[in-house]
Design a binder for this molecule. Sequence first.
Ligand code: ATP
Ligand code: MG
Length: 240
Amino acid sequence: KADKGYIGHKAAKMMKRSKSIEKRQQAAVAAKSQLLKNLESSDSLKIAQLDYHKSRLAELEDVSIFYGTKAVCRNINFTIEQGDRIALLGKNGSGKSSILKLLCGEDISCTGNLRRGSGLKISYVAQDTSQLAGNLSDYAARYGVDESLFKAILRKLDFSRVQFEKDMSAFSAGQKKKVLIARSLCEKVHLHIWDEPLNYIDVISRMQIEELLLQYTPTILFVEHDSEFCKNIATKVIEL
Ligand SMILES: Nc1ncnc2c1ncn2[C@@H]1O[C@H](COP(=O)(O)OP(=O)(O)OP(=O)(O)O)[C@@H](O)[C@H]1O
Ligand SMILES: [Mg+2]
């Protein structure tokens, strides 16, 4: 004979469980619709890139990079053509940042051929933001970008006006990255090179950035560990 007390207890427990699942689902739906609302009310970003006079911007042929005698990566081959959105993939320490720096003209020892188109202008967002200090106006002036445009972009990326008065060394890691991205969006260049642009960046701004790249289709070479972003954005993938 079944123990009614036991079954009753089980049934009550299951009911409670299904209620709590339902509650969680409702919370998830509410969170998602709030996110969509936030995204709708967030301003969209713009980028104006310069046209280059040739379709090929740069080319790496059998490039190997060395620190001392140690090679960090070997025989890298790829080209950057106008309109490319290239994701450079590889594990930590595989030399991704080094390749970006090399393309930006940093003095890194390498073998092979690195050809950069003549007069090619590049805007670079570094992976490391730890050195960022000083005020936003001086920073804009240092890079020769329009201060009001720069600050308008930061406002779109959810900076409050109070934040504008602070020293950048007091910014959070995500805010520092936004400073670099906003400055890069102001620079009139042929090629954008971004090293881990989404590091510490909140989900709304990630979506704004993704939307921007798909809408304005600038030529860009980037490193980003967010595989969903890479999948949505990249027209070309280079694996180290
Ligand atoms: N200035 C330097 N002097 C000596 N070694 C360096 C220097 N910069 C980088 N390295 C070394 O070269 C290797 C590649 O570094 P790099 O920063 O290019 O890798 P990465 O692919 O960008 O890695 P991560 O995904 O962690 O950013 C690492 O082992 C790093 O320690
Ligand atoms: Mg790196």
